[in-house]
Design a protein around this ligand. Structure first.
Ligand SMILES: Cc1ncc(COP(=O)(O)O)c(C=O)c1O
Length: 477
């Protein structure tokens, strides 16, 4: 089978065209039937390509398991892996499959996505954190340095390390050096490549985690490459760990994965294999145009080159005009009908992808230009600069998993010193947990969280009335 074919997509279309009369699930019977509104908006074929796994029948030529394996192998060949898995629960599900089989320590940057933490609740392994440092000017979390990882390896002897490649802001670590170091110590390297699926398709973008030597990666194909939301891929170069992820997938995945999701992943892979480079180069060209035009607008600052590894993530700030990123996001949405990906105190992130056009880019640039003009007329003053003085990581009393299963109670934050947290408390954005389940409240942590809430910085996990969840009992069973 060659890359210009899409076996799963083709098999699904063939089943539909075969006109089989369905006395099997799903209940919609492959037609929009009574659901007129769904048909009006999504078209009459939307259910036709949504049969359940009841249609598996190799004798009748419907061997969807076999075509899925073929489709996944084509994806593996394209992305430079030995094996790939199609995923229907996003990169979240892929990280769960990847990390659930760990039994030792896993070194993870503290700013990792919540899916990494939830994966470690499923696992019997323990998290060891690489503390997060922030760029002092942009206040964005930075990926770990080789020195930080070297210290982590010396202190822990972990089974694996999990890196985020790239961060939400498009910044990458020196992953090749980091991987070399881990390999020297016999440590597995996994990458959360949720935002890096497109890296393969242009030499202007960073090398992919697999190219840097990672054992396995999970990519949100839906985030940067255009498949349906919820669909991701896991790519592995390490055969024995891949076998473990397959075992985990059997435990964690629905027994009725959407065939439509698989088929779209397969067809997207076919298009990428044949046109990926030109599509991604085109997106990069649009991003470049966007940046060039934005850089000429007074009051707009763009993420400097030393922080930006992925030009398709347009990170900008209007702080010189006194606007926080959160205010810019709101103004773009309310006044210009533009929704960006994320905002924080200083910046907003606008994503440019294979789905953009010069028209969408122009709309963004025009909106930002207009917003800056309006703001200048109001006699704007620059935003006060903040330092990101984070408290030290708290002492760990129980692992995430043990804390998850223990009894909890709710108490006021101000009385929490010495108690063990039952939940994550995470100022958002940027989403770095200040305390995780199983960690002990210190006076520094309480002071910092009270300060966040005092300046109306949303803290996920902080309950109404400034209450927090703690374990009923701090003692080991
Ligand atoms: C860095 C990172 N990792 C993992 C995820 C989870 O990805 P998914 O939405 O595909 O489950 C996200 C989602 O935003 C993310 O930003």
């Amino acid at each position: 089978m060659t890359q210009d074919r899409a076996p799963f997509w083709e098999a699904l279309v063939a089943y539909d065209q075969g006109g089989v009369i369905p006395f099997h699930t799903p209940g919609h019977k492959l037609s929009t039937g009574p659901f007129a509104e769904i048909e009006k908006i999504l078209g009459s074929n939307v259910f036709a390509l949504d049969p359940s796994d009841q249609i598996q029948n190799s004798e009748l030529g419907h061997d969807f398991e076999a075509v899925l394996r073929e489709a996944e192998q084509l994806a593996a060949d394209l992305f430079g892996a030995m094996n790939s898995l199609f995923l229907v629960n996003g990169t979240t599900g892929g990280l769960h499959c990847l990390l659930m089989p760990t039994t030792g320590s896993v070194l993870i940057p503290r700013f990792s996505h919540q899916a990494v933490y939830s994966a470690m609740i499923l696992s019997q392994g323990d998290c060891v954190y690489v503390p997060v440092s922030y760029d002092p000017d942009w206040l964005i979390p930075l990926p770990p340095t080789v020195d930080q990882i070297e210290q982590g390896l010396a202190a822990t002897r972990p089974e694996a390390i999990l890196v985020t490649h790239p961060t939400y802001y498009g910044t990458v670590s020196d992953l090749e050096a980091l991987t070399r170091l881990c390999k020297k110590h016999g440590v597995l390297v996994f990458a959360d490549e949720a935002h890096g699926g497109h890296f393969l398709f242009s030499s202007e973008l960073p090398a992919t985690a697999l190219q840097c030597g990672a054992d396995a990666v999970v990519q949100s194909t839906h985030k940067t490459l255009g498949s349906l939301t919820q669909t991701s891929m896991l790519h592995a170069k390490n055969a024995s760990w891949y076998a473990k992820t397959v075992q985990a997938q059997r435990v964690l995945q629905t027994t009725s994965p959407s065939h439509l999701f698989f088929a779209v992943l397969d067809e997207v892979r076919r298009v990428l294999a044949t046109q990926g480079s030109s599509l991604v180069e085109r997106a990069l060209g649009l991003a470049q145009t966007c940046v060039q035009q934005l850089s000429q607008i007074d009051g707009v600052e763009l993420l400097p080159a030393y922080l930006q590894s992925d030009p398709t993530k347009i990170v900008m700030s209007l702080r010189q005009l006194g606007l926080t990123g959160i205010e810019v996001e709101r103004a773009l949405r309310v006044d210009y009908n533009i929704q960006v990906e994320l905002s924080d105190y200083y910046s907003v992130i606008a994503l440019v992808s294979v789905g953009d056009t010069i028209k969408s880019i122009q709309a963004l640039v025009d909106a930002v230009r207009d917003l800056t003009k309006r703001r200048s007329h109001l006699g704007a003053r620059p935003l006060p600069r903040h330092a990101m003085d984070m408290p030290d990581l708290p002492p760990v009393v129980f692992g995430l998993r043990e804390a998850f299963f223990r009894k909890k109670e709710i108490i006021p934050l101000k009385h929490a010193e010495g108690r063990v947290s039952g939940d994550f408390l995470t100022p958002y954005p940027p989403g770095v947990p200040i305390i995780a389940p199983g960690e002990q409240f210190t006076s520094g942590i309480i002071e910092y969280l009270s300060w966040c809430s005092g300046i109306s910085w949303p803290v996920r996990g902080l309950m109404p009335g400034q209450n927090v969840s703690v374990l009923e009992d701090n003692s080991r069973l």
